[in-house]
Design a protein around this ligand. Sequence first.
Ligand code: MN3
Length: 205
Amino acid sequence: MFKLEPLTYSFDALEPYIDAQTMELHYTKHHQGYVTNLNKALEGYPDLQQKSIEVLLSNVEKIQLDIRQAVINHGGGHYNHTLFWNMMKPQGGAIISGQLYGALVKRFESFEAFQQQFENAAKSRFGSGWAWLVVDQASGQLEIGSTANQDTPISKNKSIVLGLDVWEHAYYLQYQNRRPDYITAWWQVVNWDFAEEMYKQILGL
Ligand code: MN3
């Protein structure tokens, strides 16, 4: 059975950038819903219940067709949100240094150019989905992209460094239709230490 991992900060810890009510609903209702529905979908599939969420989502094409979309939706929702909570922290957002910072400047020419491209991916995702900073597993290159719904980059041979939830449930209570304001504010709570760890793991450092 998959479980909702505890949040490492309180619901109001990301204020004023993300409000407590949004955090509480997002975590206790939306994320919990993905976990519950993933477990339901896997009832009667003990072989799949044994696997990690990463293994399931990295091999979605091998999952039986009758539950594949449920695993993509709810398994993706569980995995993406588990990362998302860790990608944020109170008093986050400080200017980064380290391996990832150096790699971003090298790849995108400046940190500001990286931010601009990432924001564009987040703003232009039509409907519900996510913006991502990933490493392509074939080329080893950092890339910016976005996915619809709860589709996760690890199903497309891309390893996740950082991601931003741009579903309306992530911002509508506080920002209403102003998705760009939410995106801009989000930089203030980014946990760059976690992103750095993700990046180092990918590179095997
Ligand atoms: Mn969400």
